[in-house]
Design a protein. Structure first.
Length: 165
């Protein structure tokens, strides 16, 4: 499995169930990385999507404790072990954890790669991604060219590899 996320300087990822930034180029990167793949998210992340519709051209899996929660066009599962069983037959590179905070924290140890867009700015956030730079088993494998948002804020995609997998 893989993780994909955009973070601010403090590894913040969201505020009140929304992203506090809008970076079309990063959204395009996310789409290109996940298209025709499996994306795994929590119910709260799913509910933040426009019109609460699954992402197109992807197998959407929603992890929730609510056994009555169902979404047309998505698979819902009610436990971590159930989810792991569901995706274990898929190629690891085809499964992306896409949020939110508790889902990232739960699956970090199961992921081989992480694609982290680091935005060189701080925002008012209330949710965070684990700081991979502080975890001994995560190492930077590749750094993409720095790009700039419309307001001139630099952002860079870092590819991390989990050395324990």
């Amino acid at each position: 499995m893989n993780m994909i996320v955009a973070v601010d300087k403090n590894w913040g990822i969201g505020a009140k169930n929304n992203m506090p930034w809008y970076i079309p180029e990063d959204m395009k990167f996310f789409k290109n990385m996940t298209i025709n793949k499996t994306v795994v998210m929590g119910r709260i992340t799913f509910l933040s999507f426009p019109k609460q519709l699954p992402l197109k051209n992807r197998h959407n899996i929603i992890l929730t404790r609510d056994e009555n929660f169902k979404v047309n066009g998505a698979t819902t599962v009610n436990g971590v072990l159930t989810l792991i069983e569901l995706v274990k037959e898929l190629p690891s590179e085809d499964v992306f954890i896409i949020g939110g905070q508790s889902i990232y924290q739960t699956f970090e140890k199961y992921c081989k790669k992480a694609y982290i867009t680091k935005i060189d700015n701080t925002y008012k956030v209330d949710t965070y991604f684990p700081n991979l730079d502080l975890l001994d088993h995560w190492k930077i494998d590749k750094i993409h060219d720095t790009k700039f948002t419309n307001d001139g804020t630099p952002f860079t995609v870092y590819e991390y590899i989990n050395t324990q997998i």
